[in-house]
Design a protein around this ligand. Sequence first.
Ligand code: GLA
Length: 458
Amino acid sequence: MAAVGPATRHIQVAEHPRLLKLKEMFKSKFGSLPKFYVRAPGRVNIIGEHIDYCGYSVLPMAVEQDMLIAVEPVKTHIIQLANTNPLYPDYTTSANNIQIDKTNPLWHNYFLCGFKGIQEHFDLSNLTGMNCLVDGNIPPSSGLSSSSALVCCAGLVTLTALGMSLSKVELAEICAKSERYIGTEGGGMDQSISFLAEEGAAKLIEFSPLRATDVKLPSAAVFVIANSCVEMNKAATSHFNIRVMECRLAAKLLAKYKNLQWEEVMRLEEVQAKLGVSLEEMLLITEDALHAEPYSAEEICKSLEISLEELRTQILSPNTQDVLNFKLYQRAKHVYSEAARVVQFKKICEEAPANVIQLLGELMNQSHVSCRDLYECSCPELDQLVDICRKFGAQGSRLTGAGWGGCTVSIVPADKLPSFLANVQEAYYQRSDQSSVPEKQNLFATKPGGGALVFLEG
Ligand code: GLA
């Protein structure tokens, strides 16, 4: 193993309580010492929801919470995974026979996605194994991307254990692709920010080609994350993939309407690029081309002149083949309007007018309304939490991440932060059903954190 990789730090483990604890637990678990550690952060998406897989730019920042893995490469072919959280059972497999179970998204499968991504990228066979102890502090199923952080962490663990090197962009692309082994058709936002994040700046993440540009958030504002405490694991239901498929179908129908080669088109952004028109024009085209009533599979087949069998096997994902109705108009309207909001958000951050917080807040509020009404990825608890946050001083508040549960993100003027936190705490969390969860994990201000790192001792 060599000290390679996109970001390696030499540290004294004894000076870092969490690493020290992990090292001691590793020793009692495996009877040996870790050779290196890797961390990969979760993220909060400030604006740009459900548009990365449509080809549009998003604006997330890394959070301080992360996945941390202590690693010891071994000479056998066995990968042994353990987790400091007793809810996640140990798992052992051969490094040369990785099976990812799509039907049951257990924690170790996310590790295996990252491992397999690297293995396939380098076309490696006959791999040796490793002992890994995982310690995560990103609340699971909360929209803060704990699963992608584990995939990214595992990818960097595997790369480091092999003594190989890749750029952060390559790593992000490999991990975005390999997370799909779990069955969800996610975009690349979570993995990109986990690798490309830098402390102090949010990032505009653009795709094809992937790149990240700093976005300086207003210093008089604080971004606050609040957990609705409704858990949503996007791999455990088909909600997420249904939306991806609805966007794909909307793109194909729009392309056909405009006499483009619709067979090749997969994303709503491609339709815009091929037509060379603005997002505002795409919204008008959507009005003309699509209707608000849900489309049946039969109607889609008729429009595209394909059979039901072709729709199922060539366009839809395995877990969406039996869906009866697709809302194409609403999803396309959300995507094109949300993509425009991302552009505006970045512009306002750059221009920083006197009412910058108010303007950014308005865009975040519009984003939530669009997610709730057009994309239908909110839930009553998220809507209630967003209302509470606005009532107590947030200039804007919205669901963040995939939705259907998980967290909200709010923009709050810095001078209002203490009263905001106290009031939201009282209004949302001091209800009987939420009171058992420690306060700090549910409601906290966050700053743009740094990206994935390898730690070597000494
Ligand atoms: C999940 C996916 C991302 C993105 C968001 C919604 O986090 O992994 O790629 O699509 O949902 O914005």
